[in-house]
Design a protein around this ligand. Sequence first.
Ligand code: PEP
Ligand code: MN
Length: 355
Amino acid sequence: MNKFKLGAKRPLIISGPCSAETREQTLDTCVKLAETGVVDVLRAGVWKPRTSPGTFEGVGLKGLAWMAEAKRLTGLPVGVEVATAKHVESALEFEIDLVWIGARTTVSPFAVQDVADALKGSGVPVMIKNPMNPDIDLWAGAVKRFAAVGIPMDDIGLIHRGFSYFGQQRYRNAPMWPLAFEMRSRFPETMMICDPSHMAGTTEYLHELSQSAADLRYDGLIVESHVCPAEALSDAGQQLVPAELERLVRGVNWRREAADDPGFVKALDRFRDQIDQIDAELFSLLGRRMSISEEIGRVKKANDVAILQSSRWGAIKERILSQADTLGLGREFLNDILEAIHLESINRQNSVMNF
Ligand code: PEP
Ligand code: MN
């Protein structure tokens, strides 16, 4: 088999069970996935860093042997998660084609450094999941650690799996898409795939997240699949049987990045001109609003009045939020904008009054 190269195929589809549990479950899942024809790389966790102790922590080395067997049976490259230098050494011994760093490992610079040192010179590509917490510098720092030991940038990829937060929302891990865009702009040549399984936490949202990833020009997906999800020892709620995985992948529309049809180009240009014009007006108005805030700061200073007047702010907010439907804007969106404007306005008044 040719050496696996990141970036050789777009979209890259990685699939396999969350965990390798038994030889039968691993091989059965992998063979069925290979038969779908939509999977490029098989995955499985053999060491599982679990949030709570006492849950299934993986089968270890045995699992590597099963993945090596899956590779022989299917002809597909295989990948596992690594979190220590020892894991890397074992994965290399079993000729694993791809390794990834899990979200619980990316948060730890010592662990990342250890893995990077062990992987150095192996030629095996590594994909780095975003850390559990929404910290782009930590994610970028992990990339830099691999690059710094001499691993070529072409052999480094990113996996966006969403961020952990307190409280219940639609997804198990919040995508926070703008953070991933920021990562993309820091590493524009690095491929980034989406992990809708760990974002969703349930199979119900896999399609919408996968389609969003395609629409946002991700380079592929990593999705968990298990021959019998109900019996899975980890992440039971989010795994698909191979046939469902095939339907999911075939159902995603990876739209073209651009089209050169003259009608399309003209229509797009016209709308873009309008947007540029509106942005110019919007931000010039915001600039004016902020300079008025400074004037208010001066008046308050002259009269020794406090900056924050909650009733006034409450009234502004209520008035604008009550227009949400008429404006055709979501209340949550309006609220975010108002909070940002208010914060900057207070900062401006503060700079006038106190410095
Ligand atoms: C996994 O891929 O099974 C896994 C543990 O993912 P994450 O590190 O994103 O939680
Ligand atoms: Mn999992």
